[in-house]
Design a protein around this ligand. Structure first.
Ligand SMILES: Nc1nc2c(ncn2[C@@H]2O[C@H](COP(=O)(O)OP(=O)(O)OP(=O)(O)O)[C@@H](O)[C@H]2O)c(=O)[nH]1
Ligand SMILES: [Mg+2]
Length: 318
């Protein structure tokens, strides 16, 4: 793990060696606004999976506080009752801007936990920002956690979270407004469901028979995003959430949409790794030229586009 973490030694080789031992873990993304209760919920999920005798890995990604580590500490405390369990491995990630993106390092850690034999790997991310969306796309089942009365639904739409949600969780259901949040989300889910079917009706002009067939296939292939209520702090609703996750997993295993999901995960992951290797390679080859080009941009001799193109030319001829 250390080598892979530090990108030291033959870390790429180490990751490649792990590959045959990966692919068994179910990766659950837990994303949502700060304070929605993601860590508390994750702690509950760990507890339930441990009761089933499963080995669990957790990656808590918190790029927002690289210096204080405050929230990470919170995450640790929230999951502390599992800290001494040898079948649970909790890992925090708190660095952004390192060479090689956060999404990539997270993907690497997930692989290591998968190879370690975790049956479930839970990845907690705050649902804002490009890195987080990228990380969420690496999960098999993504839970978007919201707390009532915080306008989280509106935020979620803005942040593009809707597209990555496989399940909605309205946590803190002990608070006022939980039912209203559930209704809002259900309405949103219902609307996108109708849009989906409106899309499938474009087959219509081929005749009613084909139309019905398309509809049957579509509904078998479509995942209707459930909206679940939990009180993570008291463990309420967590068993139902586990069931819903299991259903999503079964659905992915049985449908063409599931196949597509697996294909796009593979593509996304490869793209991440390739992009990172390219950047590393380019940075190494360009070397100090980046700094001097930056100075010329600063002096307004060059615009950044021209400077970047020259760096690219230098890289290509290196
Ligand atoms: N009332 C109530 N409070 C809860 C519930 N679940 C969590 N909390 C509390 O909400 C606060 C935030 O919970 P966390 O689990 O740390 O939330 P988080 O989403 O992981 O937060 P960040 O990692 O900082 O983004 C804590 O004080 C929890 O005790 C719940 O179901 N009801
Ligand atoms: Mg947390």
């Amino acid at each position: 793990m250390r080598d892979i973490d530090d990108r030291a030694g033959d870390w790429l080789g180490a990751l490649a060696d792990l590959h045959p031992h990966t692919g068994r873990a179910w990766i659950i993304g837990v994303t949502g606004n700060p304070g929605a209760g993601k860590s508390t919920l994750t702690d509950q999920l760990i507890g339930h999976y441990r009761k089933q005798g499963l080995r669990v890995g957790v990656v808590a990604v918190d790029p927002s506080s690289p210096f204080t580590g405050g929230a990470i500490l919170g995450d640790r405390i929230r999951m502390q009752r599992h800290a001494l369990d040898a079948e649970v491995f909790i890992r925090s990630m708190a660095t952004r801007g390192q060479l090689g993106g956060l999404s990539r390092s997270t993907a690497d850690v997930v692989r290591v936990l998968d190879a370690w034999g975790a049956a479930v790997v839970i990845v907690e991310t705050v649902g804002v920002g490009q890195d987080e969306l990228e990380i969420a796309r690496l999960a098999h089942s993504t839970l978007v956690v919201m707390a009532p009365g915080m306008g989280d639904e509106v935020q979620a739409i803005k942040a593009g979270i809707l597209e990555i949600a496989d399940l909605f969780v309205v946590n803190k259901a002990d608070r006022e407004g939980a039912d209203a949040t559930v209704r809002d989300l259900e309405m949103m889910v219902g609307m996108s469901h109708e849009l989906f079917h409106a899309g499938s009706h474009s087959f219509g002009h081929h005749g009613a028979q084909l139309d019905r067939e398309a509809e049957r296939r579509a509904s078998a292939d479509e995942w209707f995003i459930p909206v679940l209520k939990t009180v993570a702090a008291r463990g309420e609703g967590v068993a139902a959430l586990l069931e819903a996750i299991a259903k999503h997993r079964a659905w992915l295993g049985q449908t063409r949409a599931g196949e597509e999901r697996r294909a796009s995960r593979a593509r996304d992951e490869l793209r991440l790794v390739f992009r990172d290797l390219l950047v590393e390679d380019a940075m190494a080859k360009v070397g100090d030229a980046l700094e001097s080009a930056a100075e010329r941009v600063l002096a307004r001799e060059f615009d950044p586009y021209r400077a970047a193109r020259e760096l690219l030319a230098r890289y290509r001829s290196a």
